[in-house]
Structures are given as structure tokens and as C-alpha cells.
Design a protein around this ligand. Structure first.
Ligand code: FFO
Ligand code: ATP
Length: 183
């Protein structure tokens, strides 16, 4: 199972590496536009979202749009010891710091924790997805743990290159409600 997951992560990484910066930027814009049309986005007062890196769908523009629309934006802070996450609200990007692996996280001393129950919409990152919400993550288990308790709406933003007919799943794997792609 771990090898199956590893192989799929490598395959998707290669597919994403083959996309041009232009294709990624255009794809990200279309995905964001689709997100804004969802009822979940329109209704959400507080959203949980990651700070995108590398080959991920861009979330910076989505975060700026959320702020413009008066939404509260909460981003994850990981605890590597317990492999759990806490969401903390940010008002601007200066409240972020790079902690490890190029990942930006909220600076605890200048941000406040947000109760998971207050997240109306959670944007979930991942490597591969199925159209119906099956999800393969990066292997940290952070979102599988978080989603096991989380009750709100979840959506994933993915390039169509990240869609697979099926993803390897174990009992702890959590799916998402909605997968939005550029297509
Ligand atoms: N942009 C973005 N932010 C995100 C995520 C994401 O997928 N994308 N995450 C999605 O979950 C969380 C961070 N995920 C992480 C996953 C693994 C490790 C990690 O430390 N893994 C190994 C080393 C990695 C390796 O095997 O090479 C370790 O524990 O040392 C850390 C964070 C929260 N923030
Ligand atoms: N709810 C949970 N409770 C305890 N351990 C868990 C839970 N969810 C996942 N794990 C553990 O986390 C590790 C990573 O799981 P997996 O490879 O499925 O992560 P992933 O779905 O790729 O990661 P993520 O959810 O962070 O994106 C595994 O060792 C798994 O057993």
C-alpha cells in the first residue's frame, strides 16, 4: 500500500512538472473562478486554506479575494511531534513565516487560533484525487487526522493532471466533498 501511494505521488509529481508556468497560472485562475461560484464559498464566513507552494494550485489569489470579500482566512500550523494541525487566522501575509520544507505557516505570537467548528469551508490540499472526492495526500497524515474530526464542508483544488480513476485508500483516509479542476 505504501508503495502504491508512493508510486502515485511520483507519477503526479512528474505530470505536474511537465506543466508550463503559463498552464499552471491559467489553470489556477480557472479553478479559483469555479470556487467563487460555489454556494459553499459564497456562504462561508471563515475559510481554512493552505499557503500554496511549488506545483500546487495557487492559493494566494484566493486568499486575497477572501479578504476583499470580508471573509476570515485561517491557515494551518503543523505540530510535527503529534502530527496535528491548528488553524490560525491571518490578516496579511506578513503574519507568515517559513518553518520547514519551504512551507509558510502563521506566526503564533501575532495570530489567533480558530476553532475548527468555525471553519465553514476547508480547502484541502493533496497530490491525487478522484472526481468523487477520493484523496491521496503528501503522506504527513495531517489532513486525514484533522478531517476525522472536522464536520464542515471540504473542497480540493486540483489540476486535471491530478485526477486519477482511483486512489489507493486505507481505512484512515478521508475524502473531500468537492474536487474543482480547470476543466
Ligand atoms: N501548501 C501546503 N501547505 C500545507 C500542506 C500542503 O499539502 N500544502 N499540508 C498537507 O498536509 C500540511 C503540511 N504537510 C506536511 C507533510 C509532511 C511533513 C513532513 O515533515 N514530512 C516528513 C519529511 C518529508 C519527507 O518524507 O521527505 C517529516 O516528518 O520529516 C510536513 C508537513 C499543512 N500545510
Ligand atoms: N486519523 C488518524 N489517526 C492516526 N493516524 C493516522 C490517522 N490518519 C492518518 N494517520 C497516519 O498518518 C500516516 C500518513 O497517512 P497517509 O499516507 O494516508 O497520508 P496522506 O493522506 O497522504 O496525508 P495527509 O492527510 O497529510 O495529506 C500514516 O502512517 C497513517 O497511519
Amino acid at each position: 500500500m505504501m508503495n502504491e501511494k508512493k508510486r502515485m505521488r511520483e507519477e503526479i509529481a512528474a505530470r505536474l512538472a511537465a506543466l508550463s508556468k503559463e498552464a499552471r497560472d491559467a489553470g489556477s485562475r480557472r479553478i479559483a473562478a469555479k470556487l467563487y461560484e460555489t454556494e459553499a464559498w459564497k456562504q462561508a464566513r471563515t475559510i481554512g486554506i493552505t499557503i500554496s507552494i511549488d506545483q500546487e494550485v495557487d492559493t494566494y489569489e484566493i486568499i486575497r479575494t477572501a479578504w476583499k470579500e470580508g471573509k476570515r482566512v485561517a491557515v494551518p500550523k503543523c505540530d510535527r511531534r503529534t502530527r496535528t494541525m491548528t488553524f490560525r487566522s491571518i490578516r496579511d501575509l506578513s503574519q507568515l513565516e517559513i518553518v520547514y520544507m519551504n512551507l509558510r505557516e502563521p506566526i503564533p505570537s501575532v495570530t489567533e487560533a480558530v476553532d475548527p467548528a468555525e471553519l465553514d469551508l476547508l480547502i484541502v490540499p493533496g497530490v491525487a484525487f478522484t472526481k468523487t472526492g477520493g484523496r491521496l495526500g503528501y503522506g504527513g497524515g495531517y489532513y486525514d487526522r484533522f478531517l476525522a474530526e472536522y464536520q464542515g464542508i471540504t473542497a480540493a483544488l486540483a489540476f486535471s493532471a491530478q485526477l486519477m480513476p482511483a486512489v489507493p485508500t486505507e481505512p484512515h483516509d478521508q475524502s473531500v466533498d468537492l474536487v474543482l479542476t480547470e476543466q
